[in-house]
Design a protein around this ligand. Sequence first.
Ligand code: 2M8
Length: 442
Amino acid sequence: MTAGSDVALRAQAAAVLRGNDAGGWTKASSLLYPHQWSWDSAFNAIGWAHLDVRRAMTELELLFAAQWSTGMVPHIVFRGGPDAAYFPGPEWWDCAAVTPAARGLPVPTTGICQPPVHALAVRRIWQLTPPALQPEIRARVLALFPRLVHWHRYLATGRDPEASGLVTTYHPWEGTDNSPRWDRALERIKVAKPGPYTRLDTSELGHPSQRPTNWDYDRFLWLVEQLRKFRYDDVQIYRHHRFLLKDVFFSAVFVAANAALLQLADVAGASDGDRKNLAGWLDRGRAAVARRFEAKTGSCADYDVRTGEPIRLRTFAGFAPLFARTADAGQRAAQLRLLDSADFCGNPRLRWPLLPSTSPAEPAFEPDNYWRGPVWPVIDWLLWQSLTELGYADRAARLRSDSLAQVTGAGEFNEYFDPFTGSPLGSPRQSWTAAVVLDWLG
Ligand code: 2M8
């Protein structure tokens, strides 16, 4: 890619973020997602940091303004208001009515969370802060830091009462919605059909095959109903909820996030206690992810808390040791072999050698269906970050240039891409895709 086209691409990516800017927070996309999503917001802050570090901080500050008293950062902050076209809206969650943890918030939220990319965002903002703005941004990082630690403490305790080092997810919406990783657990669940509902996503997008099925949505909504019944109380949920999964990807992001907060500890004037906790969560998480690694496959398996079964599927989540920046040279080598094998980036049918959400060799693979096969630029960005930090500069550089070629090749900063054809899928002008492009362009 030439320098000239980089300039044009940067301008286009910036225009997507600016176009989705709703005044201090960014719609995840103007088409499908007119509210503030948690991990989208973190990626978007990384993108904003290249345009305006103050605006980047505001993105996170507004997200954390909706943090629950438990420390949880909700997966959607319904900032788009009651008229924004999105289903299911706040009435399906009813959080403030059922739990004191969500009372007094400036806006309604959902009652679940998403991977903690936020610390990576604050670190990036700080790295990009010009000297003249450092006093202001440092003060703002200082103010946000305790909220970040509170969020991490929630994940390390409420979401891991066993102190296993692995985060438990309660709902497929906690990151990778219809990933085949959740199929078995969802199949076990017998749902009472939720009251009548009308999905907006399939009609808005016009391509239902790129979205979860109605079977999925019946289960997604039933799980929300259950969580509401348990008043979003982690203890009750742990006791009764049918969907409790130890998610190795989420856990690996948590490891990387703890490392990022530790790197910010001096800037944020962190207490000794906070530093000790962060280092403890980091070590415990990294060791736990390493224990889920299976030498036979070179991959890492999620774990179903209810059945005790490992979830052995070839998906991007199997690369959790890389996402967690494993220090184990043997695991790193095995993961890199797997990454470029025919099951993943080395598959001869791929348009670009990028990490697909699900391996084409997996029976559940569907090239155009959401988290069941397509390439997601944000996931490849996380992998690129890990490879860069682990010192695999060449592999990281190829991931970056192929990702940029994919985005430039077709569509308008789409949400995800068909791994075989490179065709753009999902929502166009997806904020986080534009944000990671801005970061790749530097
Ligand atoms: C997708 O999920 C939302 C529900 O949260 C949806 O399909 O309506 C997922 O890709 C999720 O990870 C992402 O944060 C969200 C907004 O981009 O969209």
